[in-house]
Design a protein around this ligand. Structure first.
Ligand SMILES: Nc1ncnc2c1ncn2[C@@H]1O[C@H](COP(=O)(O)OP(=O)(O)OP(=O)(O)O)[C@@H](O)[C@H]1O
Ligand SMILES: [Mg+2]
Length: 432
């Protein structure tokens, strides 16, 4: 069968590559894809923007006999691409627009979690700047010395959350969003949350509306600098599995987060089908939900796909067909037991104003235990050039996390482009 993956980042390169390894898959199209998917023998890029040109996409899917589509990023999900494809009778893996609100509206997600008793931080939502500022002042009094968390309600490409370390900074963030219109309509409502302490981890599941199939756990590295310093980014690296998700935490998350979320979405009349990502804060082996995303994480997907050795296409097909329960039997031999580490190579001046258009040299050939996933690259007449803030994700498997880490850093050694920057400590938290 032939499949379609929507998106063009590192996550989509990893998803499409893994799907193409399933025995029943002949070819995976990627729209629009990137320089890496262009170079893969079993993948083919299609120059269609799924958000701007859903008609073009529908036409392509119908005329090319695509068995099913997998939607990578949140924007097409929030725009209702799944609803559109299903209305055309096409098979697709991803949540409908109403279900994608779990990511697209922080206020929706908080109300939903409150209603279905899913553990998360306390919160209040505001549209009025003065009232929000008063509440922030109150928070400062209730929790002296703790940061105040200000979140834009809507999708803001990773720029919508301010963890303010002073009241002044909190007030500024509120004003920027509610009166300064800094994030447009995404910031027309703000959620103010209690600060959660602990260690973060990513918990992703495949859902078919009723059941959930847990993928390997992982941990992302959000800050630009070593030791978690500097501004937040889309993610500078990840590793899998995350030791902080102990068997006890895993069981708690399935029981208190994932199953209630699926039940709740059913009760709301919008059963959840697709990848569901719970961002967790774990303290004393108790997890609370920091956020839901309605897609896989990037870069967590890269090490997770590196570790998946089972038939990924059949797993997603089972989910589309609503028979995920039967897939439980696949769980045993689905994963490579070895850990994987993915190190993101970013552009100069990322995340503020990434420098684009630099020639990239020295990408090593894939080996059984190493793979370079592309994110912001494109294939031009001059060869491979950078075209996004995050350029590549060099991923490796190793017997121990330390070995995976060493192999990933060794593999990225020969890669060179102007202003290349990366963190030197990806995976360190899991080793200590
Ligand atoms: N209540 C909280 N307490 C402590 N830290 C928080 C809290 N909420 C958010 N954070 C920090 O801010 C980061 C971003 O928050 P959140 O995940 O809600 O935003 P996002 O923009 O949706 O992120 P993503 O791009 O991963 O989807 C979190 O990963 C976490 O480090
Ligand atoms: Mg999010």
């Amino acid at each position: 069968m032939k499949l379609m993956v929507i998106g063009g980042g590192g996550r989509e390169h990893a998803l499409a590559w893994r799907l193409s390894k399933s025995a029943r898959v002949q070819k995976v199209y990627v729209a629009p894809g990137n320089g890496g998917t262009a170079l893969e023998p079993d993948l083919e890029n299609v120059a269609i923007d799924a958000v701007k040109d859903p008609d073009g996409l529908v036409h392509f899917l119908k005329t090319n006999d695509i068995a099913f589509t997998v939607v990578g990023p949140e924007a097409p999900l929030a725009a209702g691409l799944v609803d559109r494809l299903e209305a055309e009778g096409l098979k697709v893996f991803g949540p409908c627009k109403a279900a994608a609100q779990l990511e697209a509206s922080k206020d929706f997600a908080k109300q939903f979690m409150a209603k279905y008793n899913i553990p998360t931080a306390g919160y209040k939502t505001f549209t009025n700047s003065a009232e929000a500022c008063d509440y922030a002042t109150e928070q400062e009094r209730r929790f002296p010395g703790l940061p105040i968390v200000i979140k834009a309600d809507g999708l803001a490409a990773g720029k919508g959350v301010v963890v303010a370390s002073s009241l002044q900074e909190a007030h500024q963030a509120i004003k920027d969003m509610l009166t300064g219109n800094k994030l447009g309509s995404a910031g027309a409502r703000v959620v103010i949350e209690d600060f959660l302490q602990g260690e973060e981890a990513s918990f992703m599941v495949v859902c078919d509306g009723q059941s959930a199939f847990a993928l390997a756990t992982s941990q992302d590295h959000k800050r630009i600098g070593d030791g978690d310093t500097g501004p937040n980014t889309g993610g500078m690296g990840a590793y899998s599995p995350a030791p902080v998700v102990t068997p006890k935490v895993y069981a708690q998350v399935m029981r208190e987060v994932i199953r209630p979320a699926l039940k709740g979405m059913q009760a709301e009349g919008t059963p959840y089908k697709g990848f569901l990502y719970a961002g967790l804060m774990i303290h004393n082996e108790q997890a609370k939900v920091v956020e839901f995303n309605c897609r896989m994480g990037d870069p967590e997907t890269q090490p997770i796909m590196m570790r998946m050795k089972g038939d990924f296409a059949s797993l997603l097909e089972a989910a589309i067909q609503g028979r995920l329960e039967q897939a439980e039997s696949m769980a045993d031999n689905l994963w490579d037991g070895r850990p994987a580490v993915g190190v993101v190579l970013a552009a100069a001046n990322y995340p503020e104003t990434p420098q684009l258009g630099d020639a990239i040299a020295g990408i090593p050939k894939d080996s059984p235990d190493t793979k370079v996933f592309h994110a912001g690259t494109s294939l031009s007449e001059q060869g491979l050039v950078s075209s996004g803030g995050r350029v590549l994700c060099v991923t490796a498997l190793g017997g121990k996390l330390k070995e995976a880490q060493a192999l990933a850093y060794k593999a990225l050694g020969p890669i060179a482009y102007n202003g290349m920057q990366y963190r030197k400590d990806i995976g360190a938290k899991g080793i200590s």
